[in-house]
Every structure is written in C-alpha cells, then in structure tokens.
Design a protein around this ligand. Structure first.
Ligand code: BDP
Length: 714
C-alpha cells in the first residue's frame, strides 16, 4: 500500500514537474544535463561583471540571473568593478583598456552586432560579450545563452555577428477590437482598453522573446487599417507599448489608413497631392513623434481588396507613399508601402498586376520609402514561385513580406515548419544582375546598393497561453527572427536550435523531431496543393479545400480561376500562349518553367495547363501523379503521427498530448483535402483513382456541403 502511494506520488510529481504549457517559448532555461558542460558553465557564470546601467543592461542582468538559476542552479555574483572576472559584459565604450580581443574589429558589427571573445587576463581566461551599443550587448547575451541552452562547448568561444537585415519586423494583423485577421492563437495581445494604464506582463515577455531572436520592430495594427489608432487617445496607448519595448531594441510602427484625413481629420479629400492633405499628414506625424520619439513609421495597404488609396484620386502609389514619407522624413521615419495590389476591374491575370502597377514607379519613391512585397505574386500559397517584382525594381528598396501565421498552411492545427519555405524563396535566383542575384541579395540591398533593407513576417502570435496556438508554430516565429538576422542559416540548424531549447537536447529526440519538421512543409504541399496547384481553399475563412467554388463576385477570388480544370486537363497557362505572366521573370529565371516538358514539376500547374494524360517524370500520367501526391501526402502525416508517438518519453505530458491530438486533426484534414480535391477533379479527368488506394469514404456532395461559419481568423 505504502509502495503504491509512493509511486502515485512520484508519478504525480513527475507529471507536475514536467507539465509545460509552452508559455516560456525557447527560453525555458532547463537544467543542463551534460555534467562536464555544467561544470564549465557554472564556473564561467559564477562571477559576472556588467558594465553600464541602462534599462537594457538591467535586462541583460535579469536574463543572466534567470538563465543561471534555471540552467545551473546558481545565482551569479555581480561584481561591477571587476575587470578580470570570468565573464565581462558591456558596451565597448565602457570596457577601458585592454578591451576585448584585438583580433576582432568592432567597427564591422555596426549598431546591433556583437562580439563574443575569449582572452587571458592575468593568466585567467575570460569571456567578453561586447558591442557598440547596449542593444548589441543584449543580442550578444541572448546568443551566448542560446549556446548554453543548446549545450555548446565554450572552450573555444570566438564569435562575431551582425544582422544581415536592418528592419526585422513582425506585422500584426490585429484589430482594435482584439480580433486578429488570420490569427489562430486567440485574441490580440494588445489590450487597447486597459492601455496605457495597464502594462500586461505579456508585453514584456513578448519584447523579450523578440529580442532573443533579433526582431527589432513591430507593426501593431492590421493592414486593413482603422484610422482610430492615429487619434490622440490611442497614440498614448501606443506610446505605452513603445516605452515597454524600447529597452529591448524594438520600435513600433502603425498601419496608416489612407483615408484617415477624411475619417479623423474632417477633410473632404485624402488626395495625396492636395496641400491640405499633405499638411494634415505632416501635422499627424509631428503629433505621433511627440508621443513616440523613435516611432518607426507607417505600413500601408492601399488600393487593395477595398482599402482606400491614391488611385481613388487618379494618383499613383508613389504619390501616396511620398506624401506620407515627406511627413515622417523630418523624424527619420519610414514608409513601408505594400505591393499586394490587384483590382477587380483589371481583367489581366492577378499574378501580373502588382508588377504592372509598380515597375513603372521604380525610381519615383522618396528615399525613406520601402515597397513591401509578398514572397509570391498570388498570396502566401503553400508553394509559390518567388514574386517577379524581386529584381525588377532596382531603384527601390524592397522589403520581404512572409506570412508566419499559417493562413494557407493548415492554420493552427497543422504542424508545418516554414523555414524551408522562407529559404526556398530567399535562395531563388532572380538573375536580375546575372547568376547569383538571389532574392536574399535583392532584399539585403547588396545588388542595387540600397541602405534600407528588411524582412517582415505576418505574426502568428495571440493571447493563447503558448502564444501561437500550435506548439510547433512557435518555431515559425523563431525562424523568422533567425533568418532575418542571418538568412544563410539552414532550416536544419534553426530547427535544431529551436527543438533543443523548446524541448530537450536529447540526441534521439532531436534527430526524429527535426526530420519531422524539415519534411512537414513538403508534406503539406502534397496533401493540399501538389504540382503547382494553388488558391483552391475554402472561401472567406480559407479553411480546408473548396476547389469547386466559382460563384464569387470577383473572378480572381474563385478557386476555379486558378486551377482551370476542364476535360482536357488542369492548370493555369501563364506562358506566352497564355497570360504570359512568366515574361515578368528574367529569361534565365523563367527557363526552368517555360517548357511544359522540362518545367520543374513543383510548379507545373502554376505555369501550364496540362493534359490529364501528360507523362510525368515518375512515368505516371498527370492524373495518376495527382492521386499519388495527395495519397502520399496524407500517408506521410500518418508517419508523422507514428514518429511523434515514438517521442513520448522525451516530452512533458501536456505538450506531448497537445501535439498528438493536433496531429490527429492534421491527418483527418489531409484526408479531407485529398478526397475532396480528387473527387472534384475526377469530374473533369473522368479517370479512376488507382485501385490500390483506399476509396474516399464520403461523396463530393458531402464535401461541398461542409460549412464553417465560425472558423477562426476570418
Ligand atoms: C490575404 C488575406 C487577407 C489580407 C490580405 C493582405 O486573406 O486577410 O488582408 O492577404 O495581405 O492573404 O492584405
């Protein structure tokens, strides 16, 4: 009896000890298990000298305490006068002689980079973490703690790092009523009602998490903007957030509704060339900067999906952007103008419209304007060729816009690791300036010599306890930051870091979980949008498949517009015999897609209308290949389930169960995608699903009848 009681107690305490809700993200600071590393970490963090006492340096200190207590079960001793301690941290200016390792030049690292170096002082080895600014030091300390968390040896520590991109932003599509457009992790973090009086601890934890991965800016509001955010009461709320984020190196930005001069300014027009309007924006900017002296600037969605814009007054996007740019220029603010535009009145392939609108404006924007371009020309599809605007506007700095929230990639129920998608785009060669002109080099400004550069991700963060809904969705937030800092990092390395910090350093766990993450995006593409299919999701909420939809007001909102299935075949002919969108790419870049027989099959139906009988590289007909892809994709989700089940021993009960149940949902959604799409496309191909596959257990009518009136994020 006693024994039983004891084991129940032990079990209960184990469950209690290990149950995690995911709130701590990748900053859990769990006890270091490797004994020899533990000893070396302990002696290194025993006595720490921190130079400087700004709010940022206080954060550095707090973080070191937290990490040390958690990982080493030790409280460091802080000795601020000691220059020959084990770990000396501080802004280079405060170091005094002899300073950090002379082999490293501090100039190269700019205002945000850092140096971690080792040197000998009086026969004792010392580690320095230094930078030109306190924020740089903070980044260095987070990097150092990442090394410790991932159980990295510290005997040969010599490391210089600086971000590859300057503006590393999150774009929140958060509305003032706290709903989040395309948000699947609860409501908005920003509680506008209780701001500025109440600074929720979450705001601080949000800033801390972002700083730990180098994110240095946040657009607080939805691109489908509400002008109220620009009124005085709201500006004081924004200022409270800005004050909270500042010591973490994070600037705030707001979306500007183009018609704000009418809506909150009482003007009759929002014409960007009207003097009254121009003055209104100037005054508004002055007011904003009086609240937030380091306000980052405006993000604008104009003349897109019903949003107001300069074209309402027969002006160009450049006219609109420049009016706002002139208003913020005296305060060093910038305007990020989105290129996500397509018009109902324009009968041309939606793929072509942003390029057609923006390329003629190259060179017409003020130098504090960036044009923000989605990674692909249609809309954050599971797989999409890179946007042809990259490389086509050499006189304009282009900002990358990725979508971290998984609007089209399984929302919050599917485990889809996005780094491979981001990397695929960044590594694509535009050939804008010869071979090697990758998208990454276009956006970092190195090809066209731009001083402004950056990358944004549409946030997947909400007020769910684990921030992102799906426990693995945190990895996508993490990946955005890490790739922004250094787009050369591999997806594998990022997954590895994230898994170690988020779960455990156990090698067998890492190998299996990393494999699952790395394959997940391809698997998702297979069971939902294989061979270049795109935009065949449900209407409005974009949840699940609905390739049959054909009755929406705007042609380009209908899935049938994109797949063009008929009795002859399927796919959108975007070659010269079709819409010729392909001509917007440089000749060398488009070569891989141009010919139906040699087209990279990942994009076959993106660029070609292909016969159902077409012979694929596998030897199968297109129809059989489509069946194979959908079935194989769903089957691989089953493998993911098995894989995860095998990792039970390494993961706390709560997170294990959470992921397990979500994988169950993912499998049923994969089967749903597969069955619904194949049954529908079969009405055109008139060919059977090969008999070795299990038959869809529901009819096409059943799938068509499904409705999701309360699907989230809509
Ligand atoms: C689409 C989303 C829509 C956004 C739009 C945008 O469905 O909610 O407002 O993109 O990026 O993908 O502006």
């Amino acid at each position: 009896m006693k024994k039983l009681l004891l084991s129940i107690l032990l079990l209960a305490s184990a469950t209690f000890l290990f149950a995690e809700d995911g709130y701590d993200l990748w900053m859990r600071y769990k006890a270091v298990e490797n004994k020899s590393l533990l000893t070396s970490y302990k002696s290194l963090l025993k006595e720490i000298t921190i130079k400087g006492n700004s709010a940022t340096m206080q954060i550095v200190k707090d973080e070191l305490i937290k990490a040390s207590e958690g990982m080493l079960n030790q409280v460091p001793l802080f000795n601020d006068s000691l220059i020959d301690g084990n770990l000396v941290i501080g802004n280079i200016g405060l170091f005094g002689t002899p300073g950090p390792s002379p082999t490293i030049t501090i100039k190269e690292i700019g205002s945000e980079g850092f140096v971690i170096s080792k040197r000998n002082i009086k026969g004792k080895s010392q580690i320095n973490i230094t930078a030109n600014t306190d924020i740089g030091v903070l980044y260095g300390v987070f990097h150092f703690l990442r090394l410790l968390q991932t159980e990295h040896p510290i005997d040969k520590l010599e490391f210089t790092s600086a971000p590859k991109l300057q503006l590393r932003l999150l774009n929140h599509w958060d509305n003032l009523d706290r709903t989040v457009e395309r948000g699947y992790a609860g409501f908005s973090l920003w509680n506008w009602h209780t701001l500025p009086g109440l600074i929720d601890k979450r705001y601080i934890d949000y800033a801390r998490a972002n700083a730990s991965i180098g994110i240095n800016g946040t657009v607080l509001t939805n691109v489908n903007a509400n002008a109220t955010i620009l009124t005085a009461p709201y500006l004081s709320k924004v200022a409270a957030l800005a004050n909270t984020f500042r010591p973490y190196g994070i600037k705030v930005y707001l979306t500007a509704r183009f018609s704000a001069p009418i809506e909150i300014g009482g003007l009759k027009t929002a014409d960007p060339l009207d003097e009254g309007v121009r003055n209104w924006w100037k005054e508004k900017a002055r007011e904003i900067y009086s609240y937030i002296p380091d306000f980052g600037g405006f993000l604008v969605k104009a003349n897109s999906e019903g949003q107001p814009g300069p074209q309402d007054y027969k002006r160009t996007h450049a006219d609109g952007a420049n009016t706002l740019a002139d208003a913020v220029a005296p305060f060093k603010g910038i305007v990020i103008w989105r290129a996500f535009v397509y018009a109902a009145e324009n009968p041309d392939d939606r793929h072509k419209q942003a390029y057609d609108d923006f390329v003629p404006l190259d060179g017409k924007f003020r130098n504090n304007v960036m044009v923000q371009v989605k990674n692909g020309a249609i809309d954050f599809m599971p797989r999409e060729p890179f946007h042809p605007l990259f490389g086509a506007m050499p006189k304009t700095p282009l900002m990358m816009e990725f979508q971290v929230t998984q609007e089209y990639l399984g929302q919050a129920t599917n485990l889809v690791y996005l780094a491979p998608l981001f990397k695929e785009v960044l590594n694509s060669d535009t050939y804008s300036n010869g071979k090697g002109s990758t998208v990454a080099k276009v956006i970092d400004g190195s090809i066209d010599k731009h001083s402004l550069n950056g990358m944004a991700g549409v946030s997947n963060i909400g007020n769910d306890i684990n921030w992102c809904g799906h426990p693995f969705a945190q990895a996508n937030w993490y990946a955005l930051g890490r790739l922004n800092w250094d787009y050369n990092l591999s997806s594998e390395k990022i997954a590895d870091e994230w898994l170690r910090m988020t779960f455990t350093n156990n090698a067998s766990f890492i190998t299996n979980a990393r494999k699952m993450m790395l394959e997940s995006r391809d698997i998702m593409v297979q069971y939902s949008n294989p061979i270049g299919l795109h935009h065949i999701m449900g209407t409005g909420h974009h949840y699940g498949p609905a390739p049959w939809v054909s009755n929406l007001n705007r042609p380009e909102w209908n899935p049938v517009y994109y797949h063009k299935a008929d009795s002859a075949g399927i796919g959108f002919n975007r070659t010269s015999s079709g819409s010729n969108a392909i001509a917007q790419y440089f000749p060398e870049a488009r070569k891989v897609w141009e010919e139906i027989n040699s087209c990279d099959e990942k994009y076959l139906l993106w660029f070609h209308h292909v016969s159902w009988h077409f012979k694929m590289k596998s030897g199968r007909t297109l129809w059989d290949e489509l069946c194979y892809q959908f079935y194989n994709g769903a089957e691989r989700v089953k493998q993911m389930q098995k894989n995860w089940n095998g990792l039970k021993q390494f993961v706390d009960v709560d997170r294990f169960e959470h992921v397990k149940q979500l994988l169950g949902i993912q499998y049923s959604e994969a089967v749903w995608w597969r069955n619904a799409c194949l049954l529908y496309f079969q009405t055109f191909s008139k060919m059977p699903i090969p008999s070795h596959y299990e038959k869809p257990d529901k009819s096409l009518e059943y799938y068509k009848s499904l409705r999701f009136p309360f699907a989230p994020g809509n």
